[in-house]
Design a binder for this molecule. Sequence first.
Ligand code: AMP
Ligand code: GLY
Length: 430
Amino acid sequence: MSGLRVLLLGGGGREHAIAWKLAQSPRLGALWTAPGNAGTAQHGANLPLRTTDAEAVLALAGELRADLVIVGPEDPLAAGVADRLTAAGVPVFGPSRVGAEIEWSKAFAKQLMRGAGIATAHAEAFEDAPSALAYARALGGACVVKADGLAAGKGVAVCADLALAAEAIERALVARAFGDAGARVLVEQRLQGPETSAHAFTDGVTVAHMPFSCDHKPAFDGDMGPNTGGMGVYSPPGWLDAATARAIERDVTERTVQALSAAGRPYRGVLYPGMILTADGPRVIEFNARFGDPEAEALLPRLRSDLLDICEAVAAGRLAEVPVEWDDAATVGIVMTAGGYPGGYVTGAPITGLDAVDGDVQVFLAGTQRDADGPVRTAGGRVLCVVARGASVEEARARAYDNVRRIHFDGAHYRTDIAARAGAAVELRG
Ligand code: AMP
Ligand code: GLY
């Protein structure tokens, strides 16, 4: 029997990690990634494609005679790509448009959580600035203003006082800085506490939890500067106790999958609740309908089982039949970005030192491209993620930084404090 033909959508470090893991499957016949990057090109051809155009995705899947389509990012999900493929009988890993609404509408996510009794920050949705501002005032000024729709991670403003909240409300609702995604905003209670990402595979019935992981969103050391797509990651968080972890799995992830099914939105793919651990217990701050990036880069190297088997089983609604096992190693991923990101940055810089990294260290490429026989060059804001393993997060961290220092490109930036407090006991403040 010849192997499975797989089309992977996306072009970030997450998709390189997915491609790298799929390539380890003895059942993989051929892999194409659209649009891909210099990393995915190591495991199969990259193809140009507007991945939010459902008809174009379906046509390409047909041309390639794909047995499975795996959707990496959220935009194709929100555009209904999974629905179109499913209707045409093409197996797809990734939820339907109404399943993914849990990510593309924060107001819908709140409504679902309210109905299912899932603990989350208090929030209200508004379409006019004066009402939004009145609620921000009622919350005491300090609050979080969130564009309702998808804003590439830039639609959230954590505001220290009412003046900053007023600015954020004005930017979204009046200046329309996020376009239609910000035509409605959520004004949310500001929570205090450490953050962690929960991830699970699910076919809408069976839920296979992944280890917990932690992203670092701000651009600079000490959590200073603007939020980015993610500057680094570690797994597992040593500070997260087993009882709390289990409570999140049961009372958030599993309950959400059940609530989506009960609402007639059966969910197939990765569900990723973002959590803040407050003194009053864990609270959901957002849901994502896909793997986190860079979380995927830290999680997939810990997956012992065959990712292709899992994706195929999720798509077919028989996840209960395949093993999903993780190893005990710790992983740390350091993201290298182009200088200036998340603001303006230059691209096209050659990257050197990629062949100087240790054999068991993964460099997952993100915004990169390579001309025939030329060097790998930068082609985006987040350029790559260096992931090392260790018996502890401390050991993985030391190895990751040792390897990051061997890689160079003009203007390269990375944080030096990723996972620095991964093992520390945390004090929860009320
Ligand atoms: P998001 O784009 O929803 O992941 O939010 C970006 C970041 O904003 C999160 O990683 C948190 O650090 C922060 N954030 C979101 N919601 C809240 C909240 N209710 N309280 C405090 N911080 C928050
Ligand atoms: N790591 C954050 C995200 O993927 O949304």
